[in-house]
Design a binder for this molecule. Structure first.
Ligand SMILES: [Ca+2]
Ligand SMILES: [Ca+2]
Ligand SMILES: [Ca+2]
Ligand SMILES: [Ca+2]
Length: 238
């Protein structure tokens, strides 16, 4: 038995519980999200077949390899619909004419990713919180404290990020309040849960985004090197 196992066995024998060092994701919380260009993940999404954005503008959650505990998409043009600003074609500070995903009475929404459908679990997952109505006290109308938690392939928590007092105090579709929550974990994220800590079931999210960051392929470097060698040969001929 090696020393680590011996220590663990000794602790177990003594009745002292111990825990392996828990892995944690890197979380990003950022405001000023008016379109996908504002996403911290927009860079890795470009020309990436393993990255997906669900903006709900076709009326359904139907991007590959994901399911959610709420699937109720709001109607475009609703007085209280609160999409990400740019989805309606106008960066005008209002999201009434786009669509979002509604909590539909639940205080949390969980997105679950399917490694079989995707080929691999996403390393990057993001969601944009866009609105809240009435919450339980003590949060005032139109404001909420929000928490996002990510889980690994085995369902273990990868930690959480939160933000307090989100919201503009209105349900009229204002977009200056919108906040991006993202989680990054190289081992893969199986679930992301977003929670209303104010305890309401009347809130919206938009722009679910998830994917795998492309890893530079050695072959690409080889091709680049070959191209340089070819260039050198051309130059020698000139
Ligand atoms: Ca707009
Ligand atoms: Ca939308
Ligand atoms: Ca609002
Ligand atoms: Ca909003």
């Amino acid at each position: 038995m090696n020393r680590t196992l011996a220590v663990a066995a000794s602790l177990l024998a003594s009745g002292v519980s111990f825990q392996a060092h828990a892995a944690t994701a890197t979380f990003i919380v950022s405001s000023s999200y008016a379109s996908f260009a504002d996403s911290p993940f927009s860079g890795i999404a470009a020309a990436n077949p393993l990255f997906f954005l669900e903006d709900f503008e076709d009326g359904a959650l139907n991007t590959p390899g994901v399911s959610a505990t709420s699937t109720l998409v709001t109607n475009a043009g609703g007085a209280t619909t609160d999409s990400v600003d740019g989805d309606d074609g106008a960066l005008d500070g209002n999201g009434n004419d786009g669509r979002s995903l509604y909590s539909n009475g639940a205080t949390s929404i969980t997105f679950t990713f399917d490694a079989n459908a995707l080929g691999v679990l996403p390393t990057h997952v993001g969601i944009v919180w866009t609105d809240v109505g009435e919450t339980l006290l003590p949060t005032p109308f139109g404001k909420d404290d929000v928490l996002v938690r990510a889980f690994d392939a085995n369902g273990n928590s990868l930690g959480f990020a939160g933000a307090d007092a989100l919201g503009d105090g209105s349900v009229s579709g204002g977009t200056a309040e919108d906040v991006f929550f993202g989680a990054i974990f190289s081992g893969g994220i199986s679930k992301l849960t977003i929670v209303s800590l104010g305890g309401t079931g009347d809130w919206e999210v938009d722009h679910l985004q998830y994917g795998v960051q492309p890893i530079p392929v050695p072959g690409a470097a080889l091709l680049f090197g070959t191209a340089l060698a070819g260039l050198a040969r051309v130059r020698r001929r000139v």
